[in-house]
Design a protein around this ligand. Structure first.
Ligand SMILES: Cc1cc2nc3c(=O)[nH]c(=O)nc-3n(C[C@H](O)[C@H](O)[C@H](O)COP(=O)(O)OP(=O)(O)OC[C@H]3O[C@@H](n4cnc5c(N)ncnc54)[C@H](O)[C@@H]3O)c2cc1C
Length: 387
């Protein structure tokens, strides 16, 4: 199929937007559909570290590295690990590095949107289903109506993809781990002791089968995840999210006996609390190629955040699909080749993330975590190979 395809991208997350930037740069038209009403419609979540091999390479290919450098926080590389009594178990005061600089999700979305014409994005379009037509094209059914006649539909619509059912009957499964997320505002000024303990990077506390994980975001905002191994409906039956103060009180009750510093971290939480249950697709998830439909990022291979690579893989999927669509004359063969490589590429990351979540919060996890942190520190200390 050598004519220029009419392309629909579903989802303006990091993956869908990276693909849009790649197509835009090469002068290919597309329409991107997103359920959010506008770019800042909801809090986008915490900070992300973009690695050189995938996330930064994708931005480079999309011509966005200079814009990324202006926003990235190269200095936020510190890591600390404590036990519940407040004893420091591991510290890496990481010097500023190009390896995995941080950027807040909202800033990443803003940066990816900068180069895209407004007319190419349809905000407030929640996809309900994709309908195959007899002529091989697809119609997209939204809450608000139908957009018809696409040659290629790219599902970049995350964990609960509405495009995925056209190629796979798998649904993500609950991993057994639930995060309760909250933020701490203006930490340097209002909570200097907590800001110091989190430092310029991330801090974890592990004990009693639960954890606290805090990360510095832009503007001295701290994002904290209280992490539990718990049944699927545990969060909704244990916490009343309409009363944020009661959720913070319950979190403190869950870690009774922990050092006062960790209770102070919870006390400082703002009222933007939410439960995030962690779901994943099976390791090695793949499908038989179906002409005109493909997936990227979490829609294709959502994995637990214990690998810490989801966004990098999503952006690199997009960069690879974009490269093939713009370089290869036969767009259908380009999609098939992209899928073959993507299945292979995602598998080891999915396995690592699955192993991480399987032992998360167990006594063995502490050693696993310290070993991983030691390896990362050692890698950074290696002299870089001259070009
Ligand atoms: C708690 C938590 C912490 C994480 N931390 C990290 C981390 O530190 N580092 C890391 O690399 N990864 C992390 N991840 C994983 C990372 O967030 C994802 O891998 C990444 O966002 C995937 O990007 P994506 O573009 O594929 O999907 P998403 O980011 O999920 O984007 C999907 C987009 O599609 C839109 N959408 C969904 N459904 C529809 C629909 N029906 N119609 C239209 N639009 C739709 C959504 O609104 C969204 O904009 C974390 C995940 C979680 C849950």
């Amino acid at each position: 199929m050598t004519h220029a395809p009419r392309i629909a991208i579903v989802g303006a997350g990091p993956g869908g937007l990276t693909l849009a930037c790649m197509l835009q740069q090469a002068g290919h038209s597309f329409t991107l559909f997103e359920l959010d009403g506008h770019a800042q419609a909801r809090p986008q979540g915490g900070t992300l570290d973009l690695d050189q091999e995938m996330g930064q390479l994708a931005l480079q290919r999309a011509g966005l590295m200079a814009a990324f450098r202006r926003r990235a926080r190269y200095e936020d590389q510190e890591t600390r690990l404590f036990d519940k009594t407040g004893k420091l178990l591991f510290e890496d005061c990481g010097a500023p590095s190009d390896e995995r600089p941080e950027i807040d999700r909202a800033q990443l979305r803003e940066l990816l949107l900068e180069g895209l014409p407004e007319a190419s994005i349809r905000w407030n379009h929640k996809l309900r289903e994709v309908l195959p037509r007899a002529d091989g094209k697809y119609d997209l059914v939204f809450d608000k109506g139908v957009c018809d006649g696409f040659d290629l539909v790219v599902g970049a619509d995350g964990t609960w993809s509405r495009v995925r059912p056209l190629v796979s009957s798998y649904s993500p499964q609950y991993t057994g781990v639930t995060f309760i997320e909250f933020g701490i505002d203006d930490a340097d000024r209002r909570h200097p002791a907590l800001a110091r303990v989190v430092g310029h990077g991330t801090m974890s506390v592990l004990g009693d089968g639960m954890g606290l994980f805090a990360q510095r975001n832009a503007d001295a905002h701290l994002r904290v995840y209280a992490t539990f191994r718990a049944p699927k409906e545990w969060a909704s039956s244990t916490f009343d999210f309409s009363r944020p103060a009661s959720v913070l009180a319950e979190l403190k009750a869950q870690c009774s006996g922990w050092a006062p510093l960790w209770h102070a971290l919870i006390d400082a939480g703002n009222d933007q609390l939410q439960a995030r249950r962690i779901f994943a697709l099976p390791v090695g998830h793949h499908w038989l190629h179906r002409p005109g439909i493909t997936l990227l990022g979490d829609a294709a291979h959502v994995m637990s955040p214990y690998g810490g690579n989801g966004v990098n893989i999503a952006m690199f999927d997009a960069a690879e699909l974009g490269r093939r669509l713009t370089e290869q004359a036969d767009w259908s063969a380009a999609v098939q080749a992209y899928e073959r490589d993507m299945f292979e590429r995602a598998r080891p990351y999915a396995l690592f993330a699955a192993e991480g979540v399987a032992i998360a919060l167990s006594p063995a996890y502490l050693k696993h975590e310290i070993d991983a942190l030691e390896r990362r520190r050692a890698r950074r200390a290696e002299p870089s190979t001259p070009a």
